[in-house]
Write a protein of this length. Sequence first.
Length: 429
Amino acid sequence: MEDVNSSSESAGWRGRFGASKAGTLLANTGFRRLYFARIVNRVGDKLYSIASMWLVYQLTGSTFYTGLAGFLSRLPVVFGFLFGPIVDRSRISRLLVLVAAAQAIVVLSVPLVASVHTPSVTLVLAVVGVLALLERINAPAEKAALPRLVDDELLPRANSLDSATHQTIGAVAQALSGALIALLGAVALFALDAATFVVGAFFFALLSVPTTEKTGTSPSAAEYVADIREGFDLIRNSVVGHMVVAASLVSAFTGASTAVLPAFADSLGGAETYGLLIAAMTVGLLVGSLVASRFETIPFGRFVVVGFLVAAVGKLGVVSVDWLPAALLCYGIATVPIGIYNVLVSATIQTGVPNDLLARVSSTIGSLVAAIGPLGYLVGGFLGDAYGSATVIGFSAVGYCLLVGYWLVVPSLRAFPPVTDIESNSFGV
């Protein structure tokens, strides 16, 4: 009888999961393949991002160079709007495979050179810049694929599931990264990243993304310019433009604190501490991603004001406490609102922007934010050498306060409705 009851309970659990939004999403073959490809790439990317910053710091011992690495990793985003029209007209799955293959080749150059002699900081910085440039093609392609594979009503949950899984995988990878760097060396993580790109390319090759009217067409020079202008026009003529301004402020101050994080971690313990700080940030983003769906029905403007005030207090706490576990807790708390914000913003953009404009709009948003954001890395690196890493991290809380102030003074942001109230294809209309 116990076996019968156990089987019934198991069948009931599977039935409830299958009927849930998460179950519906994972039953979608297209979403599942995109989801798995992104998981694999996430592991490699997280290990690589930590390894690259640490390797630059190891080779130079300067926060200026870690700031320069952060700057180079963000600079290509400024030119992302140039790739949007190409992505919108491309066959998404084929494009994702080609980009993943190119990324694998580029990142593999560091361990290949290291097998002969110590890699130069110039090589590492070049790899950081080229990978960031390739990501400007990959990111809008993945964003454009999701709403073509998933119904509009499932987009918030799809973004939440995707983000939560990414943060979980990222937290594990980042928690282990410090120990892996200490055990194997930073260069070994570059080789692992190359392997994940190859596996990701395999899943992308299995993907079949529905096309649009423009898929496979080659724009003339005039059409290409018109496509770019159309993306800018939608942003300028909708509330998205104000959201871009606010995000730029946060990006600059967040970049400044990220640039000095290796030096701050070094003052507390070393590579292991750096990995723990990054892991704490990722856990905070994970928690935010997991609870984001609970905020779908809350006015978005209200959430941003309260949430980013909490984030500012958390950032100040990081540099105000003397106990490492407390600093890690504060760092994690500061990122919880950001995890919620990222999920809700993604769902908002993917719902409100027409599918045939999504790659252009998302890449243009990235470009506009990046026009300001990378300067934070350069300024943060410079100020870190001059005044210390702790001062820069504490000052980054100002960025969150500026965000709150901007959302309060702009009527369309202050009155921004719940994400569930956003009408499909309504932005720019």
